[in-house]
Design a protein around this ligand. Structure first.
Ligand SMILES: C[S@@+](CC[C@H](N)C(=O)[O-])C[C@H]1O[C@@H](n2cnc3c(N)ncnc32)[C@H](O)[C@@H]1O
Length: 229
């Protein structure tokens, strides 16, 4: 794969991967190759999209519960997912198999490599749900939301495309608001507190969210890509 100009991926709070159960291991062998995105060459987006009405991306899908739930609700949309943690990918494959989903494609790696491979204005929706919080000040530079990633998100989102970011860490919420509202292409859609305090109607709770490890109740920040370039 072409190396992208970003820093190395750091693992947050995961000293050791759990052993992968045998059914999941077999899906890594059989199902993953059939739905894995090939980033060793430029993505042929027209072929990838095929007859899907929209293309969505979930960054850091963890165990894949949310990704699978969204894909099941919208079979007309193609749902891309990026997750470097192999146990998470294996778990997502179980959900994909259980729901017989045919509209999911996965990148078992760094989302920044997938973003770089996508054409401009190609995505209708992006989800970044409960990304690794890196709460210590000296680790903030490891957070996913950085200026280069914000620029990439603005580039790949279509006009009127939407980005949903959720966190239960106050400082990460502030950090993200500061960086995303600084991007002229992205507009925070909230009109009132409940717009960010309450889970959106189409939200599917995630495994990490259920653990309530953060220092605040979850906030859901929804942004819209402006029409202007
Ligand atoms: C705290 S977990 C949350 C997982 C899931 N979204 C949830 O809410 O249950 C953050 C996830 O982001 C993944 N992650 C971290 N950096 C990433 C990157 N650069 N690209 C894609 N995924 C990443 C981690 O492996 C981890 O699974």
């Amino acid at each position: 794969m072409v190396q992208q100009p970003h820093g190395p991926l750091r693992s947050f709070g995961r000293i050791k991967a759990r052993p992968i159960k045998s059914r999941q291991a077999s899906l890594l062998q059989s199902l993953l190759p059939t739905i894995a995105l090939d980033l060793s060459r430029p993505v042929d987006f027209v072929t990838l999209k095929s007859d899907a009405t929209e293309v969505w991306l979930e960054i850091g899908f963890g165990g894949g519960e949310h990704l699978a739930a969204q894909a099941a609700t919208r079979p007309d949309a193609l749902v891309l997912g990026a997750e470097p943690f192999l146990n998470g990918v294996a778990s997502a494959l179980r959900h994909i198999e259980a729901a017989s989903l045919t509209n999911v494609r996965l990148h078992a790696g760094d989302a920044r490599d997938l973003l770089a491979a996508l054409p401009d204005a190609s995505l209708d929706r992006v989800f970044i749900l409960f990304p690794d919080p890196w709460p210590k000040l000296r680790h903030h530079k490891r957070r996913l939301i950085q200026q280069d990633v914000v620029a990439e998100l603005a580039r790949v989102l279509k006009a009127r495309g939407r980005l949903r970011f959720a966190t239960d860490w106050a400082n990460y919420a502030d950090w993200t608001l500061e960086r995303l509202t600084r991007a002229p292409e992205l507009v925070w859609t909230a009109q009132k507190a409940d717009d960010w305090r309450l889970a959106p109607a189409d939200h599917a709770p995630t495994r990490y969210e259920a653990k309530k490890l953060g220092d605040i109740a979850p906030v859901y920040l929804e942004f819209e890509r402006t029409a202007a370039a």
